[in-house]
Design a binder for this molecule. Structure first.
Ligand SMILES: [Zn+2]
Length: 382
């Protein structure tokens, strides 16, 4: 005997254990196969049960028709998009409702940072440690605040005149719109001076955004580099207020959302395989950009015209103010208007503003700024 009886028994037991352990995966496989088979029969049974129902037969025959299947799919995309939009809106509203002051500050900081700003000066914002204003910010602030205050008074006068005109016409829709504008503009306003990093490029800009309504942002560089006179600065501020008066900032956001919906519907209709999605999205993106650029250029022209009226109603000399555009063109260069440009060429804007400023000055300044303008100036710059 090669092995003792006891040793032989031990070896055989160990072999058996090994064989059993090798067998186990196979038995597991068999049981999972059994599971699949059971699931398969269950599904077949359920399908057979469903096929006996008339409603199911009707639904599946309808779903086989492309003119029903595709609108259904498009509808599903739209509903999904709507649900996502509504959820985002609700989350934003909840955050705002919980702490409006903190949310406003957060939005303000986000706008300043996204524009490349590092510090800012505005009532109450000094408390933000990350954005402490420097001497330069305060110096620019002292020049910007009075002009914004007077231009806001000019914008309020413009809104008041529109309401008067609407009331005279008696059209309810016009009256409601004009009243909404008066309400929007009569609330408190802010002017924020934004500083850029030391040693960075001089960042010449002024803007308004729907995220911070009734807030005008002006960069330090715009004032320090262009050195505008109050009349010139009023033309720039008037233009920005013009965007808010015309509702451009909100319109742009809604337009973008609508374009995104249109893209969803088109893709749901035209892309049965899913392969065209990427190409389609890129092509649509370009078309949308082109459309938004044209929309933006039209808005700029409208804001220029409204801005002239606002500055004139604030009793600034808009004829002299138009030199702001010349200074801007010299400092930043004027590119010819292209299909993709969001702004018309600065040179063209300068020419348009110069020609229309004469009429605006004559119509507004002469009749409005003799007594009222002086009173307004005293009120604001006291
Ligand atoms: Zn603009």
């Amino acid at each position: 005997m090669l092995l003792s009886r006891a040793r032989f028994a031990a070896v055989r037991a160990s072999h058996n254990r090994l064989a059993q352990s090798r067998l186990q995966p196979a038995s597991r496989l068999a049981s999972s196969q059994r599971g699949f088979q059971e699931w398969g029969t269950l599904r077949e049974r359920a399908t057979r049960w469903l096929e006996r129902r008339r409603a199911y037969r009707l639904a599946s025959s309808l779903a086989s028709k492309w003119w029903i299947r595709r609108p259904l799919r498009a509808g599903r995309y739209v509903v999904l998009g709507g649900v996502l939009f509504a959820s985002g809106r609700e989350i934003g509203s909840i955050e705002y409702a919980n702490d409006p002051v903190a949310k406003e500050r957060e939005l303000l900081e986000a706008v300043i940072r996204s524009a490349g700003g590092v510090r800012a000066s505005v009532d109450g914002l000094h408390a933000i440690a990350a954005l402490p204003p420097t001497k330069r910010t305060k110096r620019v602030d002292a020049r910007v605040q009075p002009v914004v205050a007077r231009c806001v008074a000019g914008a309020r006068e413009l809104a008041r005149r529109r309401l008067e005109k609407a009331k005279a016409s008696g059209v309810k829709r016009d009256i409601d719109e004009a009243q909404a504008l008066v309400n929007k503009i009569s609330r408190p306003w802010k002017a924020v001076v934004v500083g850029t990093p030391d040693g960075g490029l001089p960042f010449i800009n002024a803007w308004v955004t729907a995220l911070c309504p009734r807030t005008v942002f002006v960069t330090e560089a715009l004032v320090e580099e262009l050195d505008p006179t109050p009349d010139e600065l009023a033309l720039c501020i008037g233009h920005e207020l013009g965007h808010l008066v015309c509702g451009h900032t909100e319109d742009r956001i809604y337009l973008k959302a609508m374009l995104a919906y249109a893209e969803l519907i088109l893709l749901a209709f035209l892309d049965p395989t899913g392969l065209l999605t990427l190409l389609g999205a890129m092509g649509f993106q370009n078309t949308a950009e082109l459309f938004l650029a044209k929309y933006s250029r039209d808005n700029e022209t409208e804001a220029d015209a409204t801005g002239l009226k606002i500055a004139a109603l604030a009793c600034y000399d808009v004829r002299r103010g138009t030199h702001f555009m010349r200074k801007l063109s010299e400092a930043t260069g004027s590119r010819p208007t292209s299909w993709w440009a969001t702004h018309p060429a600065t040179e063209d804007r300068y020419a348009d503003l110069r020609s229309s400023s004469l009429g605006v000055h004559e119509n507004v300044y002469g009749s409005h700024c003799t007594a009222v303008g002086k009173a307004l100036q005293r009120l604001v710059t006291r």
